[in-house]
Each structure stands twice: as structure tokens, then as C-alpha cells.
Write a protein that binds this ligand. Structure first.
Ligand SMILES: [Zn+2]
Ligand SMILES: [Zn+2]
Length: 301
């Protein structure tokens, strides 16, 4: 199938499900946040802008995924290594537990690969100024809530979505039907879990904090308090924070305020999506100018 044909088929298939998947699962979390908020109770306008941002970025993700798939497929025949052949069906043949282990592997294997890549991408977003200009939108929510999960500038989403899919396509030569099912199952789990992690519900799960990212663990990542900055980068699996030294376990009463005190939160879809792109480009150009002046000084020296 050509790139254009796949793109038009995919975009048609996206409607109206993109609304159903992005909005309906939020309802139970919104109800809980209103009943038992972790801090300031989120207002309806806090939800509305995040939902608009999620919808606009979700629609853009499909062309990004298709592009990543086509580029990795085109490169696969020219790689110096042979992509691994891997079948989830083999796990399904394990006696007794196969029926449970197969879907579990379909959730966990893509999730592990996603988080391994996402952890470092996320650390870079906090470290490199032109990437931070894009990621700032996610952190600017002063009343973090279940809809904050989708509050991402589309430039940042393109960056992370393209490279995670592209990397997977270079490493593993999966059966396409299994790949689709695994992507669907792991994404269904991921969407529900990340909505929960961003929710402003005052809930403590200390027995789970080091196994799966909980609302309190991710709240520290969004904290307005500089003492919590640059901690808990993982999306779902804290093992990467534990291994690479950025894990911070929340204390019993730690439900800090969220947001960026020096950065006013944007109030419209335009302000959320367009100015960060311009600020990121300016920051990238400034970095390139600095690099070229360092190189010229070195040459003269
Ligand atoms: Zn972050
Ligand atoms: Zn977040």
C-alpha cells in the first residue's frame, strides 16, 4: 500500500473514534477529582483546553506513525543486522498459563520498549533548551488533572512518536497482525494508566510506587517546587528512574502544587501550539550560532 493510500485510509478510520478514546475514558477520573482533589479542584476550563490539545495532536499522530513505519520498512533491507523475528503466539503455547501470558506480553513488551526510549527522550526534553520550549506546555498546567496526559505540543509529540516507532521497526521484524494487536493492547493500557497518573485524585499507593508510576509519583515530576525538578521521568515503569538515579519516592503527605511559576499557562489552542514552535526554532538557531562561533574560535586558535 502506498504512503498516500495508507494515510487517507488511516485518517478516515480515525473519526469518530478519536473523540471516543480521548474524551469518554476521562469521565470516571473527572468525577473522582471533583470528589477527592489532591490540590486545587480542576475547573471545566482546565479540562476543555487539554482535550482540544489532545484531539489536535492525536489526529497528527497517525501520519507520523505511518511515516515512521514506511521509513523503517524501506531501510530494513539495507541494515547491517537482521531484525529479530519474534512471535507472541509462541508465548501463547506455554502450557496452562499461555492464554494469560500472551496478552500480558503484548501489553508489557511494547510498553517496556516505549518507556526505555521515552525515559531518555524525556530527560533530553528537560535538558536541551529548544526541546524544553516544546515540553513546557505539558508542565504549564497549574491544576494538573486527568486530561493533562494529552497536553503536548505537536512538535514534541512528533519527535517522540516518530523515533520510538522507527526504532522498533528497525529492531524487530514482527508479524504485522501481531504488531497491530500488541500496539492496540499496550496503548489501551497506556492511555488508561497515564490518565490515572495525571489525575488530581488524593490517592496514596506506596506499595505500587516503585513498580508502576502512580499519580503521586508523577505529581512530583509536575511539581512547582524546584526541590522536585528533574525527578521521575518514566511514563509507566519507574525501574528506569531507579536504575538511572532520578527516582524520588513520594512521602505520605506529598501532593505538591503543579505548574511553572515563571511561565504563564496558555489560554487558547493557538497559544498552546504555535508560539512554542517559534520559541523552539529561535532557541535552536541561537544554539547553532553559538556552536559555529566556538568552531571558528577553535580553528583560529
Ligand atoms: Zn517532563
Ligand atoms: Zn505528565
Amino acid at each position: 500500500m502506498t504512503f498516500a493510500a495508507e494515510l487517507s485510509r488511516g485518517l478516515k478510520a480515525l473519526f469518530p473514534w478519536v473523540f471516543v478514546w480521548t474524551v469518554l475514558p476521562l469521565i470516571p477520573f473527572i468525577l473522582l477529582e471533583q470528589v477527592r482533589p489532591a490540590g486545587d479542584r480542576p475547573r471545566w476550563r482546565d479540562y476543555a483546553l487539554n482535550i482540544l490539545i489532545s484531539l489536535s495532536t492525536s489526529v497528527l499522530m497517525w501520519p507520523v506513525g505511518v511515516a515512521a513505519g514506511f521509513v523503517s520498512r524501506a531501510l530494513r533491507g539495507h541494515l547491517p543486522w537482521k531484525p529479530l523475528a519474534f512471535s507472541f503466539a509462541r508465548i501463547g503455547h506455554v502450557p496452562w498459563l499461555g492464554r494469560v501470558l500472551e496478552p500480558l506480553a503484548m501489553v508489557l513488551v511494547p510498553l517496556f520498549l516505549h518507556d526505555l526510549w521515552f525515559y531518555w527522550a524525556h530527560r533530553l526534553e528537560h535538558k536541551v533548551p529548544f526541546l524544553w520550549e516544546l515540553h513546557k506546555l505539558h508542565h504549564s498546567d497549574e491544576r494538573m488533572n486527568c486530561s493533562t496526559f494529552g497536553r503536548n505540543q505537536f512538535g514534541q509529540e512528533i519527535w517522540t512518536a516518530f523515533f520510538s516507532m522507527f526504532t522498533l521497526g528497525l529492531l524487530v521484524d514482527l508479524d504485522l497482525r501481531e504488531a497491530g494487536r500488541a500496539a492496540y493492547l499496550s496503548n489501551a493500557f497506556f492511555m488508561g494508566w497515564t490518565m490515572f497518573c495525571h489525575s488530581a485524585i488524593r490517592v496514596r499507593l506506596p506499595w505500587l510506587d516503585a513498580v508502576l508510576v502512580t499519580p503521586q509519583v508523577h505529581r512530583l515530576h509536575h511539581s512547582a517546587d524546584p526541590a522536585h525538578h528533574d525527578t521521575n521521568f518514566a511514563d509507566v515503569l519507574p525501574i528506569f528512574d531507579i536504575l538511572f538515579g532520578s527516582y524520588r519516592r513520594p512521602g505520605p503527605a506529598e501532593f505538591p502544587a503543579t505548574g511553572l511559576p515563571d511561565v504563564p499557562a496558555p489560554r487558547s489552542l493557538w497559544a498552546a501550539q504555535v508560539p512554542p514552535l517559534a520559541a523552539s526554532t529561535i532557541s535552536l538557531r541561537a544554539w547553532a550560532r553559538r556552536r559555529s562561533s566556538i568552531v571558528q574560535t577553535d580553528d583560529r586558535g
